[in-house]
Design a protein around this ligand. Structure first.
Ligand code: CO8
Length: 258
């Protein structure tokens, strides 16, 4: 694994990658150096053959948003000319499942990155919010779009226009996250989920992820056709025969590496 200054990347024997944002002194505020390393680490994790990626933060935050100290003196030119921030979006495009393990504050850009994950779980004392409005800006890496799709217009307007923070329970009630777990066990629980996923057919996992994501981007009829085509396609691979034979023979399935 390469050395990174603002984050760490590990891949264990079960091929679970863990990317940990590591600027705890600034509550893992997201700066340019971290964005470049983040994009590089996603490539490295994918190329390592990882079957799932856990994303978390070191210390008492997942990430408290974009680095305000770095951002304060930016201009329209410096932001738009370099299409600043575009690299964060790479997370949403990752082919393998991503699990956000939210261990504390997930605010602003931190909340936006969290929403790019496929599965989101959080510790009891985690908190979420898009407080950009209080800084004279708006969310810039998908917050207005993803939050609205996830929780609907009424809740998204409430959160984005007020900038208020919500706790993990409210986030779960709104459908922003799927599970609340004991503080201190967030990464462990994410690993349990990742191992479950890694034990399934990699092709079926990829198909399922693509189909669910398609629901946001297509009409129902197009999405249903996309799903059916993927469903048919999976019968072209040995994993389908193995999975069904294993069930009938009452033994665990042994799926081939994809
Ligand atoms: N940027 C820079 N430094 C930060 C940030 C931040 N976003 N958040 C916290 N820090 C620093 C603090 O300045 C402080 O540093 P120091 O010890 O040197 O003074 C250290 O982290 C600890 O923070 P606090 O002392 O404030 O800790 P508290 O427990 O009192 O408060 C809070 C924690 C509530 C999380 C508070 O730090 C806070 O409100 N932080 C800012 C949250 C925020 O407004 N986030 C939105 C930023 S804007 C944004 O994300 C734009 C998104 C669009 C682009 C996305 C690009 C990635």
């Amino acid at each position: 694994m390469a050395h990174y200054d603002t984050l760490s990347l590990t891949v264990d024997d079960d091929r679970i990658a863990q990317l940990t944002l590591d600027r705890p002194e600034a509550l893992n505020a997201l700066n340019s150096a971290m964005m470049a390393e983040f994009a590089a680490a996603l490539v490295e994790a994918t190329q390592s053959g990882a079957r799932a990626l856990i994303l978390t933060g070191k210390g008492r935050a997942f990430a408290a948003g974009a680095d305000i100290a770095e951002m304060r003196d930016r201009t329209f030119g410096s932001m738009s000319d370099a299409n600043h921030l575009a690299l964060w979006e790479r997370l949403a495009d990752l082919p393998i499942p991503t699990i956000g393990a939210i261990n504390g504050f997930a605010l602003g850009g931190g909340c936006e990155i969290a929403m790019m994950c496929d599965i989101l779980i959080a510790g009891e004392s985690a908190s979420f919010g898009l407080p950009e409005i209080t800084l004279g800006i708006i969310p810039g890496i998908g917050g207005t779009q993803r939050l609205t799709r996830i929780v609907g217009k009424a809740q998204a307007m409430d959160l984005i226009l007020t900038g208020r923070r919500i706790d993990a329970d409210e986030a779960r009630r709104l459908g922003l996250i799927s599970r609340v777990v004991v503080d201190g066990e967030v990464v462990e629980q994410a690993q349990v989920i990742a191992r479950q996923i890694a034990g399934s057919s990699a092709r079926a996992v990829r198909a399922a992820k693509e189909c669910v994501l398609r629901a946001d981007q297509s009409s129902l009829s197009e999405g249903l056709l996309f799903e059916r085509r993927w469903f048919h396609s999976l019968f072209a691979f040995d994993d389908q025969t193995e999975g069904m034979t294993a069930f009938l023979e009452k033994r665990p399935a042994r799926f081939a590496d994809a």
